[in-house]
Design a protein around this ligand. Structure first.
Ligand code: G
Ligand code: G
Ligand code: MN
Ligand code: NA
Length: 267
């Protein structure tokens, strides 16, 4: 397939780009806590390829570890740049850390932890500047291998978030044994949230979201609500006790220049 060859070539040239979506503590003004790095590929002839499409392509061509490693390197470099600008007084705000998505194949690959350490150190950062987002499905596919790697990186400061929580293999039993810091409530639950009408509390979507928040609290985990698009959804997730929020209401994923502009503008 030509597209696969093109993707391989783009990765080898470093031509796959990274956008950043703020994860914020809601309020006025909202405070940027972290940034999620999201890969973007603009094909020279076909234009922007949706990430879901080319990640699937990368999976089939065994390019996901290279993709994840590339995004990690770019994200570390950008965070280091914003830190330096902040220290020099050129940027009033700087995110405290950056979150990258890590696929199961990357996590399970030989030398993953060592590679992460090398990349982080090479950018002048520490593991505590990093959050690894893994899906439940990834964890379930190779629980023991994933746990060992995540435990090791987490011991030295990296944070771990379970992405798309609630859509995969959720089980309280395995959750309590996992080296995890945050749950990210999948946006499919957030989408249907409504404020209470006539004292009736928002229906099944709210019940599910409330249960996830309460589970996270019981396990001592932080909680991030994903895909918050409306003020109504924002009000509900805050009311439920989500301390961090991510979604188009606050910001779309942005190219680095636009993100720096957002940090310059005070959030
Ligand atoms: O913005 P959005 O359309 O970017 O992302 C689509 C999907 O691609 C999401 O499930 C997201 O987690 C995943 N994704 C985005 N960037 C990366 C990446 O660098 N590595 C991996 N493995 N997945 C990513
Ligand atoms: O699976 P993961 O959570 O990593 O996916 C992130 C994806 O969610 C990216 O595709 C990103 O562009 C998308 N996204 C982020 N915020 C919103 C939002 O408020 N609404 C919708 N529909 N998608 C969002
Ligand atoms: Mn994610
Ligand atoms: Na998600």
């Amino acid at each position: 397939l030509r597209l696969v060859a093109d993707l391989r070539e783009a990765l080898s040239r470093g031509a796959v780009d990274v956008h950043y979506q703020p994860i914020v503590r809601p309020g006025r003004p909202a405070q940027v806590l972290s940034l999620e790095a999201l890969c973007r590929w603009t094909h020279p002839e076909l234009g922007a390829i949706p990430p879901d499409t080319f990640i699937e392509l990368a999976e089939r061509a065994n390019l996901v570890p290279a993709l994840d490693a590339h995004v990690l390197a770019v994200a570390c470099r950008d965070l280091a740049t914003w830190r330096a600008a902040h220290a020099a007084g050129d940027l009033p705000l700087t995110p405290t850390h950056v979150a990258v998505n890590v696929s199961a194949v990357s996590l399970a690959a030989e030398g993953f932890a060592a590679g992460v350490r090398r990349t982080v150190a090479g950018a002048g950062l520490q593991l505590s500047d990093l959050c690894l987002e893994v899906t439940e499905t990834a964890l379930a596919s190779d629980l023991r291998a994933c746990r060992t790697v995540l435990e090791e990186l987490r011991r030295d400061g990296a944070r771990v978030a379970i992405d798309d929580f609630g859509t995969g293999y959720s089980s309280l039993a395995y959750l309590k044994d996992l080296p995890v810091d945050h749950l990210k409530v999948d946006r499919s639950f957030v989408r249907d949230l409504r404020t209470a009408v006539d004292g009736v509390q928002g229906g099944p979507a709210r019940a599910v979201a409330a249960a996830v928040v309460s589970l996270a609290r019981t396990l001592g985990l932080g909680i991030v609500a994903e895909g918050v698009e409306t003020l109504e959804q924002d009000a509900v997730v805050r009311d439920l006790g989500c301390e961090a929020v991510q979604g188009w209401l606050y910001s779309r994923p942005l190219p680095r220049e636009a993100l720096a502009e957002l940090l310059r503008g005070g959030g």
